[in-house]
Design a binder for this molecule. Structure first.
Ligand code: NOJ
Length: 554
């Protein structure tokens, strides 16, 4: 799996009360008890929504970097190609990573509020207690995105702001609901389409304390209840919805430090990821079923991650078999149930029911077709090779370190060890810019899980060593990221025009620098810089390049 948030050096010292021992006390006192598991929280520097000074002034664009013959924009290379009518040109964020205000306005604690305080887990020792404070600065962020030419913002709602205790039947936090309602209205008022993700990894802490979160089937009912509340509240104002962001990452993280402190009874670190996948998929299907039965307007899907992959040695049947296993245990673990109704055959052949619960006929029927379009977080493509003892030996040997997926991701080629692409910041070793592989990537997805519409629901890179740059003129000159976006957009244009890929939108990760999970504030994925003392935002070179590209083409 290509993952984002994997901690480098797990430390074993997390402590959490045994699952099921915290009483379901839905009073203010009960909420404080949950917060006491997290510990003290840094308060935000201000606690009201700030009104931006409109109109936003966009400073003059950066000068050209290269002679015109060297690295022209996709618009110069493909002057006759344009993005299709209605193409969405978006940016993306998620609640935990940008909101801050973590204990404000009735929010309950989340697993990440707790995890970010576990020793050694966040590599730069930061929390996201304040981060970008988008909770109070969302107007400025929406207006700034609009001013430079962005047309959509894909953000997530924090479940614990809506239901601080997470569960159905527990108190609804009206302040949280009102916040997102205002946020959606404001986005619409400045011409930015709001795209909503219901869950981007920040599980309400109450749910893991009560029953083990996604490792328990109890989560299905509670997630559907939360989803229904959101659908009812924002129906008609949101056109594009996602249930889950990158389910494979959250289900993988669940069995490692520190989240392994709250695995449901009867589940263990070997089975936890698969129990999570099963429960999460049923939660997705339940929410989509409710969405359709309620007649909610718009389209709904979930955000896939990972790649099919490229065989490391081009003529190796072993590496081709490894690619199939990578596809089945990564993307396919979620996409097969959603698009075809059941687990990939390879996965069923490898994992007994004690690891991987089987779907009932009803669950399969609910899952099949439960996505209106295919969304892919298409950051990077890497090579896949067979494990050292070969695929067959591995799949029959539960003690093989590569079991059960029995494949190895390789970031360099088999001929001379050349990197697959442009190298990102060392914090993101999973990420190389591989524009030359994007068309093949999208074709592979379309072949396996055909759809009438695709979005690149996230793409982007963290500018190498940006956190070490001290002067603004250095920081804003994010040339590697700019090249990433320009080359990906050029290939996206070709994918649409030459390959017939029904790509109807791209979402750059990210609208602003933010808290990159276990790597904290150090990696810089933003197309805007954030000064973490003043919270001031500044457009980087990549923001200008992206938007110049758009105005030429749509
Ligand atoms: C994908 C995840 O959805 C997002 O949360 C993360 O920050 C980016 N990848 C970059 O790693």
């Amino acid at each position: 799996m290509l993952s984002t948030a994997t901690p480098a050096a797990p430390s074993p010292t997390a402590s959490f009360p045994p699952v099921g021992t915290i009483p379901r006390d839905f009073s203010p006192h009960g909420l404080e008890e949950l917060w006491s598991l997290v510990g003290p929280v840094e308060p935000p520097p201000f606690t009201t929504t700030r009104e931006p000074q409109l109109p936003i002034t966009v400073p003059s664009p950066p000068p050209a970097l290269y002679p015109t013959w060297y690295a022209p924009q996709p618009s110069n290379v493909f002057p006759n190609l344009s993005l299709p009518e209605g193409f969405i040109f978006g940016v993306a964020t998620s609640a935990y990573q940008v909101e801050g205000a973590t204990k404000m306005e009735g929010k309950g604690p989340t697993t990440w509020d707790w995890a970010s305080r576990q020793p050694g887990f966040i590599l730069d020792n930061t929390t996201a207690d304040v981060t970008d404070l988008q909770y109070y600065l969302y107007k400025e962020d929406a207006a700034r995105a609009a001013a430079i030419g962005i047309t959509a913002h894909s953000f997530s709602i924090s479940w614990a702001r809506i239901y601080p205790f997470g569960v159905a039947g527990s108190p609804l936090n009206q302040q949280g609901l009102d916040h997102y309602s205002d946020l959606i209205d404001y986005h619409l008022s400045v011409g930015i389409e709001p795209v909503v993700t219901l869950f981007h990894w920040d599980t309400p802490l109450a749910l893991v304390a009560y029953y083990g979160g996604f490792t328990s089937p109890q989560i299905v009912y509670d997630f559907v209840n939360y989803a229904i509340t959101i659908f009812q509240s924002f129906n008609g104002r949101v056109k594009t919805w996602y249930t889950f962001n990158e389910p494979s990452v959250i289900c993988d993280l669940i069995t490692g430090f520190p989240f392994n402190s709250f695995i449901a009874p009867g589940v263990n670190s070997s089975t936890g990821s698969y129990q999570c996948a099963f429960n999460l998929l049923n939660a997705h299907a339940g929410a989509v079923k409710a969405f359709r039965e309620m007649g909610i307007s718009g389209e709904i899907s979930y955000k896939n991650d990972d790649v099919i992959g490229i065989p490391w040695r081009s003529n190796s049947s072993e590496d081709m078999a490894a690619v199939e296993r990578h596809a089945s245990f990564g993307l396919g673990l979620f996409a097969d149930p959603v698009y075809t109704g059941d687990w990939p055959q390879i996965v069923k052949d490898t994992l007994p029911e004690s690891y991987l619960p089987r779907f009932t006929d009803q669950q399969m029927a609910d899952l099949k077709g439960s996505a209106d379009f295919f969304a892919i977080d298409a950051y990077s493509t890497l090579y896949i090779k067979a494990p050292p003892d070969g695929v067959t030996t591995c799949q029959n040997n539960i003690s093989d370190p590569a079991w059960p997926s029995c494949n190895v991701v390789v970031p360099y080629d088999s001929k001379a060890g050349w990197a697959a692409g442009l190298i990102s910041d060392p914090a993101s070793s999973w990420l190389e810019a591989t524009p030359q592989l994007l068309r093949e990537y999208l074709k592979q997805l379309q072949e396996r899980w055909p759809s009438n519409k695709m979005y690149i629901s996230e793409f982007g890179m963290d500018e190498p060593f940006e956190s070490l740059r001290t002067e603004m003129y250095q920081i804003l000159n994010d040339v590697t990221t700019t090249n990433y976006y320009m080359t990906y957009l050029g290939e996206a244009l070709l994918a649409i025009h030459e390959d017939g890929i029904p790509l109807m939108g791209t979402f750059s990760w990210s609208m602003i620098d933010n808290a990159e999970w276990s790597h904290g504030l150090e990696p810089k994925f933003g197309i805007q810089h954030v000064n973490y003392t003043t919270l001031e935002r500044t457009y980087k070179r990549s923001a200008y390049a992206l938007c110049k590209h758009r105005t030429r083409h749509s």
